[in-house]
Design a protein around this ligand. Structure first.
Ligand code: ADP
Ligand code: MG
Length: 620
């Protein structure tokens, strides 16, 4: 097309497309759900805008918020169109080629190290999956504020955009035309498409319709149709037949029914809103599929847990929360830079936003889910909604439910029970499935719980219950504060812990000698975030925390210590005078050691040696 303007793909996007084009990945089906998901996003956007501006939907077919799929077997084209918001020329240039998202290079990297292509949607580059099945793609789009344009590319490093003077006007929305590769002709099969929509896009909230063929009976004149096809009895030999017909009281029919193929729109999904249903009637499989479509996580793993509930009272809402099986690639990378929450907000079943940070605190941003409120107003601006008073109540309830859900993962995990070595624990399929789930949770999201302890004073105790760590007595397994307390020696007042870079390093620490000898349990904290954590976690169940490398360690009474202090007074004074006094606060006789003659201890309010190390590594 001579009038076309040409553009080059941004370098990372180009690399991504090369990978997709040459991929030997067998599950090419995923392109369909990515396109449907984009269509659904575009419909959500126009519906949201229409809440405050009815005109925006236009009239006639334009008001139908739907997704339409057509197959052209002759031209080998699969097309998907939506009546969503559409794209202006600028949008086409930016969204489909020139601006790489943060996920683009992350995904390219993942692909080069054998990552799962199935997760493309999570990286925000789902559109390009069209090149798994097509070698030429056209995107025709019409936005209310611009003319209709065609974007096209053969994935050869460049794309072109032209004003559309060839196709029928879309009214509003986007049509994606895939010119299927020879080896992808299976996607011209209606059954295949119906199956795929069922499998991946069942929970899309707009009707997905296929221009489907249908065999219908049509009546045609009997004579016309039959002549020549069947041998008809001749007049002369038909006398007997006529007689029998008369006996039955039947006349020879004048018309005949034959099969003919016609086309009509067939709705492929039933748009059931899972969250509106009674939780008792939703199966585990349905929750899993709902999670997948919500989180764009189509890995084979089930979510670790979910909670589906209705809140009643002043503020009414329904919600479904999920703990994903795995942390996303950038969970802690983006933690400090963004306020991103992963809950979708609906008001009276209308999608409002998936970037509504007022619903959950930052440390819970690993959760996926949905909130649908009847209390929030529908036709106000987003800014007004963000200030609505009931959001505080919603947030409070969501946090409670989220923490309950996480606590339950632990409660139902047979590995977590204090007598986990008890062989009598009933062996059932369900126990099997829940086994080890909390460790899995902890390994993926433990850091979020720790950040929660730092950030959320109100729920600090609830979060502390969820904490797991290794200790001198945990035997290589994870243990909890409650389990620690249940093992405390009689007379032990404090919870002992030590911080450092690794368990192996800490095991050799002289600070542990005496404690271990006296059979006290000491917690190992080896994550850099633990140092911050312990500045906020002062006590638990009325027990104070004591860093064993810091001043203040008390281990029962030792009667000898007083006389020892007396007899070594001269030596300790000498030490103190001879060490530069800005380096050392005091020199004391102590009962904290066993074999090592002396150690350097940090003062109660000072940074531990480990914290010094962390601070140094951050400033260097
Ligand atoms: P994501 O959907 O995660 O943003 P995609 O690669 O699937 O990433 O899509 C890229 C962008 O292209 C979308 O964010 C959107 O702006 C635009 N887009 C894609 N499909 C459509 C569509 N059917 N209607 C409107 N915009 C679309
Ligand atoms: Mg997408």
């Amino acid at each position: 097309r001579s009038s076309a303007e040409k553009f080059e793909f941004q370098a990372e996007v180009s690399r991504l497309m090369d990978i997709l084009i040459n991929s030997l990945y067998s599950n090419k089906d995923i392109f369909l759900r990515e396109l449907i998901s984009n269509a659904s996003d575009a419909l959500d956007k126009i519906r949201f805008l229409s809440l405050t501006d009815k005109e925006i939907l236009g009239e006639g077919d334009n008001t139908k918020l739907e997704i339409l799929i057509k197959l052209d077997k002759e031209k080998k084209i699969l097309s998907i169109r939506d009546r969503g918001i559409g794209m202006m020329k600028e949008d086409l240039i930016k969204n489909l080629g020139t601006i790489a998202k943060s996920g683009t290079s992350a995904f390219v990297e993942k692909m080069q190290t054998g990552g799962d292509l199935n997760l493309i949607g999570q990286f925000g580059v789902g559109f390009y999956s069209v090149y798994l099945v097509a070698d030429y793609v056209e995107v025709i789009s019409k936005h209310n504020d611009d003319k209709q344009y065609v974007w096209e590319s053969k994935a050869d490093g460049a794309f072109a955009i032209s004003e559309d003077v060839w196709n029928e006007p879309l009214g509003r929305g986007t049509e994606i035309r895939l010119h299927l590769r020879d080896e992808a002709q299976e996607y011209l099969d209606e059954f295949k498409l119906k199956e795929l929509v069922k499998k991946y896009s069942e929970f899309i909230n707009f009707p997905i319709q296929l221009w489907a063929s249908k065999e219908v009976d049509v009546e045609v004149p009997a004579d016309e149709e039959e002549s020549g096809e069947e041998e008809e009895p001749t007049e002369s030999s038909s006398s007997e037949d006529e007689e029998t017909e008369e006996e039955d009281g039947e006349k020879k029919p004048k018309t005949k029914k034959i099969k003919e193929t016609t086309y009509e729109w067939e709705v492929l999904n039933d748009m059931k809103a899972v969250w509106l249903r009674n939780p008792k009637e939703v199966t585990d499989e349905e929750y899993t599929k709902f999670y997948q479509s919500l989180a764009k996580d189509f890995s084979d793993e089930k979510p670790l847990a979910w909670s589906h509930f209705t809140a009643e009272g002043d503020v009414e809402f329904k919600a479904v929360l999920f703990v994903p099986p795995k942390a996303p690639h950038d969970l802690y990378e983006s933690y400090y830079n963004t306020e991103k929450s992963n809950l979708k907000l609906y008001v009276r079943r209308v999608f409002i936003s998936d970037e509504f940070d007022e619903l959950l605190p930052k440390y819970l941003n690993f959760l996926k889910g949905l909130v649908d409120s009847d209390t929030l107003p529908l036709n106000v601006s987003r800014e007004m909604l963000q200030q609505h008073s009931s959001l505080k109540t919603i947030k409070k309830k969501l946090i409670r439910k989220a923490l309950d859900m996480i606590r339950k993962i632990a409660e139902e995990d047979p590995d977590e029970s204090s007598d986990r070595d008890n062989k009598d624990v009933e062996k059932t399929d369900e126990n099997d499935e829940k086994k080890g789930q909390y460790t899995k949770f902890w390994n993926e999201f433990g850091k979020s719980i720790k950040l929660g302890i730092v950030e959320d004073a109100t729920n600090r105790n609830r979060l502390a219950k969820l904490l797991r760590f290794e200790s001198t007595k945990s035997d290589g397994k994870l243990t909890s504060l409650d389990q620690y307390i249940s093992r405390m020696k009689s007379g032990q007042k404090d919870i002992f812990y030590i911080t450092g870079t690794s368990k192996e390093q800490l095991e050799k620490s002289p600070f542990l000698e005496r404690l271990t000898k006296k059979n006290y349990e000491v917690i190992y904290f080896t994550d850099p975030v633990d140092e911050y954590l312990m500045q906020y976690l002062m006590d638990y169940e009325d027990k104070k925390f004591q860093n064993v490398s810091k001043e203040g360690l008390k281990l029962g009474k030792d009667s000898k210590i007083k006389s020892l202090k007396e007899s070594f007074k001269e030596l300790t004074n000498w030490w103190k005078d001879n060490l530069a006094s800005e380096n050392v606060d005091s020199v004391k006789i102590s009962d904290r050691l066993d074999k090592t003659p002396c150690v350097v201890v940090t003062s109660k309010y000072g940074w531990s040696a480990n914290m010094e190390r962390i601070m140094q590594s951050q400033t260097l």
